[in-house]
Design a protein around this ligand. Structure first.
Ligand code: AMP
Length: 563
């Protein structure tokens, strides 16, 4: 379908697409709506495909970019109050009750009684260019200048457009589209395999570029690759259930020390070095000595290496908190450098004069060994190639790693390419340090077979400190020996509220300490989370019901876990 006489795509077209996507919860339908829209763009206004692909993600810059709009909700409120002559306090109150600044914007603009003479239909290009301009503004009166750019957009926007302008600024589109759906939509729109699009996205970290090239040709997409200067999402690790098990499943692995610091992706290009965290924040300024160490250790060619920066004191690694302080530091960096000396352990190379991210891990490791001159400041991770036949050596490495103050070990498939952003089976982590939570028993399930007369598994809950209620978190069965099974079953009888078939509801009374490896999201439990590999450690008769661990504590642990 041609959009007659329109040389520039009106913003309302994109907004209609957002609304259509939001109106269905079916993922495939969402994919098809986006694919159709991309096809229309290709036909009518192919030059804006890059921008469209970003805007469909609710972004105006690609994820690799360090650029940020820097517009606070407060500034949006100010702009709206200026446009409508509303009191900022009133808008703030609305925000407190509605919660979605986008909806409030739509409502305010719809009720706008002021006549404006400057209303011109918005185009996609106008919206994105005004928003991008806000990034460039620095210095005095910068807030005012930013405000003018967004005010100009709100002045011309239809209410529904204003809603999505706000949502783009706040980076919360709320149309229920994830990266996976966008990747599939691009593949469908340009009739290509999803794997081709996925690969290009992983390596470029730029869906705009991927869509633009897919619009051109398959060759163009396939030639997209990793580039020094553009950070990519780090490859992530799954939890290993145990050393022997993991090695047997994976076959030949590189087993290496897991360091407790921060992960860094170090890019060297055009003679300059940049350091990015796993969230792709540029922390080069905070870590000047790492820049120096790396430039001394590797030739001055374009490269990307990855490793873990750790803090060292008296020749021993110090807790992760120290290094966090260093990375967050904006001032007195020199002073901190003396207080907390750092070193880096490199474990991967993704680019060295050429892209190597898709080579096998074993070859990348060999390359790393060739290109790095190790010193006290830059080392390579301690590693060993292990097969199921010599898995005991992995146990030795694990023990050595723990004794020397590190966090655990990693298992990495020797044949695997680097898969940016993926938490797959090619890389596992194994840590001995298990967190514990004190949970109250709120339910139980009778065991099977020999254990049929005992509660074989307990439903454990945490305290919701806001409501005073207990919210379910996990079923825990492991950790109880025969004696504990019997004594606990007897003890729990007096707390039974109701029984149905195999399950029992208990009055909150008895507290168990449970150890676990990881907190994961879950629809199954009221807390919204659950625990992986839970193991009951002991009954906590020494604390009262008011000391049961809270959802807040769970959130704190979750934050630590995700760091
Ligand atoms: P996760 O972040 O949960 O996927 O766990 C893996 C994390 O362990 C990475 O993000 C790194 O920060 C860290 N790490 C420490 N040592 C290594 C290593 N040798 N190889 C890979 N990751 C490592």
């Amino acid at each position: 379908m041609k959009w007659v006489t329109m040389t520039k795509t009106p913003y309302i077209k994109l907004v209609e697409c957002y609304e259509k996507i939001a109106s269905t919860s079916a993922r495939l339908e969402k994919r098809d709506i986006i694919a159709d829209f991309l096809k229309e763009i290709k036909e009518n206004d192919p030059e804006i495909t890059y921008d469209i692909a970003l805007l469909l993600q609710g972004k105006i810059f690609p994820p690799w970019s360090e650029k940020e709009m820097g517009i606070s909700t407060q500034l949006i409120i100010k702009a709206l109050s200026k446009l409508l002559g509303e009191n900022t306090k009133d808008i703030e109150n609305k925000l407190a009750s509605v919660g979605d600044m986008g909806e409030i914007t739509e409502e305010l603009v719809a009720n706008n009684k002021q006549v404006t003479f400057f209303k011109v239909p918005l185009t996609v290009s106008k919206v994105i260019s005004n928003l991008r301009k806000t990034e460039e503004i620095t210095g005095s009166k910068s807030q005012n200048k930013k405000l003018n750019y967004i005010l100009e957009l709100y002045t011309s926007a239809e209410p529904i457009e204003a809603k999505y302008i706000t949502r783009t600024i706040t980076e919360k589109l709320r149309i229920g589209v994830g990266e996976g759906t966008l990747v599939e939509a691009i593949a469908k729109a340009y009739d290509m395999d999803k794997e081709v699009i996925d690969r290009a996205y992983m390596l470029s970290n730029d869906l705009g570029e991927v869509a633009l090239r897919a619009q051109e040709s398959i060759e163009s997409v396939k030639s997209l690759t990793i580039n020094p200067g553009k950070p990519i999402k780090p490859m992530l690790a799954q939890l290993s259930p145990g050393i022997k098990e993991s090695i047997e499943e994976m076959g030949e692995v590189i087993c290496e020390t897991k360091y407790d610091g921060i992960r860094v992706q170090i890019h060297h290009f055009d003679g300059q070095t940049k350091i990015f965290t796993r969230r792709l924040e540029n922390v080069t300024k905070a870590l000047p000595e790492i820049v120096e160490y790396i430039e001394n250790a590797i030739n001055n060619v374009d490269f990307i290496v990855e490793g873990e920066v750790i803090a060292i004191k008296d020749n021993k690694p110090v807790s992760f908190q120290y290094i966090l302080q260093r990375v967050k530091r904006k001032y007195d960096i020199e002073k901190m450098m003396d207080e907390v000396p750092l070193k880096v352990f490199l474990f991967d190379v993704l680019y060295y004069e050429n892209p190597v991210a898709e080579d096998s891990l074993i070859n990348r490791r060999k390359l790393l060994e060739d290109i790095v001159t190790v010193s006290d400041d830059v080392e390579l991770s301690t590693m060993k190639v292990i097969t199921p036949d010599n898995y005991e050596e992995a146990e030795e490495l694990f023990n050595w790693s723990i004794e020397t103050g590190h966090e655990g070990i990693m298992f990495k498939d020797v044949n695997s390419p680097y898969s940016p952003g993926k938490r797959g089976k090619n890389m596992l982590k194994y840590k001995p340090i298990r967190e514990t939570l004190d949970c109250v028993i709120t339910g139980g399930i009778y065991g099977k077979g020999k254990r049929a007369k005992f509660f074989g598994s307990y439903l454990l809950s945490l305290l919701d400190e806001k409501t005073g209620e207990y919210k379910t978190l996990v079923h825990a069965a492991t950790g109880m020996d025969d004696e504990m099974l019997a004594t606990m079953t007897e003890r729990m009888q007096e707390h039974i509220i109701s029984t149905s078939e195999q399950t029992v509801v208990f009055k909150p009374a008895v507290i168990l300490e449970v150890a676990f490896s990881e907190i994961v999201e879950s629809n199954e439990y009221e807390s919204g989370y659950s625990l992986r590999f839970p193991a009951i450690k002991r009954v906590r008769d020494d604390i009262g019901l008011d000391q049961v661990d809270t959802l807040e504590k769970l959130n704190q642990l979750l934050e630590l876990q995700n760091n």
